[in-house]
Design a protein around this ligand. Structure first.
Ligand SMILES: C[S@@+](CC[C@H](N)C(=O)[O-])C[C@H]1O[C@@H](n2cnc3c(N)ncnc32)[C@H](O)[C@@H]1O
Length: 307
């Protein structure tokens, strides 16, 4: 299954792409956005595609093979954007895209514990750092859940997940892990469900809250903490803006309010004389797109131009 790119037409329209443009896709994934970008920039156009996940790079190479002479693939975290752009002569570009988060195949097929529906080891890293460096040098979701202090767990669930039962869930994790390590996504989900069942005084197997699974926020918080997502985004957006030519555009698709807030605040922090916000309000997916691709429901696209 190939990942379905969200807000594809909206991204293409708002990037204002010209033939021969130079573009950076910071989150290549399965290359859906890159493919459409390459179609728009023609044979003289060039694209630098980054992804921290080695499997995403391999997949994108297959999906984009017909453009291979125009693409530079980089298996890199976008926190290294400045260096990668310099090394590959992408220091003045016409468009940059961030489509944040994970791709559907990463979620469904890679056994990294991203999903509370599955019984997989608690990893949640986008890259394969743990395989490469060994587990002592690697922060993964299992290390956070099994080793971090009560206060640190509460902080992560509250700040990265906006989870209302942060303290109760953290306390339950500490009491479970005295008995045995919480090793899989299913075991962690069970701990969270136990807390929610107690709080809501129900014996329902899954006490859904307004259509949302009770484990959603803790899983989001862990993924953000493991990959240091918010800090990296905050630090990389200014570097990306610097790389744009005058008239160049930066587009960011985010999937939750914490990311969107960072993008919005960064755009607003830029001086009027240097930038023009193209999306006064973030662009959301149409009902038709959401019907075909439910993941698009929470997507928000913001675009800014360097002037
Ligand atoms: C939503 S997917 C992108 C999908 C892509 N636009 C497409 O059309 O197929 C996000 C991708 O960004 C990658 N990613 C997330 N954070 C990253 C980071 N800090 N640096 C590099 N890649 C990252 C993930 O591994 C994933 O492949």
């Amino acid at each position: 299954m190939r990942h379905t790119p969200v807000l594809l037409n909206e991204v293409i329209e708002n990037l204002n792409l010209k033939k021969g443009a130079k573009v950076i896709d910071c989150t290549l994934g399965d290359g859906g956005h890159s493919e459409a970008i390459l179609e728009h920039i023609g044979l003289r156009g060039k694209l630098l595609g980054l992804d921290a996940d080695p499997e995403s790079i391999l997949r994108a190479k297959r999906f984009l093979y017909r453009f291979e002479d125009q693409i530079v693939f980089a298996r890199e975290n976008f926190s290294n954007l400045e260096n990668i752009a310099k090394e590959n002569d992408f220091v003045s570009v016409d468009a940059i895209l961030f489509d944040l988060g994970w791709s559907s195949p990463q979620f469904a097929e890679r056994s990294r514990g991203f999903s509370f529906d599955k019984d997989e080891p608690l990893n949640m890293r986008y890259d394969n750092r743990c395989q490469v460096f060994g587990s002592e040098n690697c922060v993964d979701a299992s290390l956070i859940i099994n080793e971090y202090s009560l206060e640190d767990l509460i902080w992560i669930f509250k700040n990265y997940g906006e989870e209302e039962l942060s303290r109760e869930i953290a306390e339950e994790i500490l009491s479970e892990r005295k008995i045995k390590r919480i090793a899989t996504s299913r075991e962690l989900t069970e701990v969270i469900l136990k807390v929610y069942r107690k709080k809501l005084r129900t014996d329902k197997e899954i006490p859904w809250i307004g259509g949302i699974h009770p484990a959603t926020k803790v899983f989001q918080a862990l993924r953000i903490a493991v990959n240091n997502e918010l800090e990296i985004l905050k630090n990389t957006l200014p570097l990306a803006f610097e790389l744009l030519n005058k008239g160049g555009r930066l587009a960011v698709i985010s999937f939750h309010s914490l990311e969107d807030r960072i993008v919005k605040q960064f755009f607003q922090s830029l001086p009027y004389a240097k930038s023009k916000i193209i999306t006064k309000k973030p662009i959301s997916a149409s009902e038709e797109e959401i019907k075909i691709n439910p993941r698009a429901r929470s997507a928000k696209l913001r675009v800014i131009e360097k002037i």
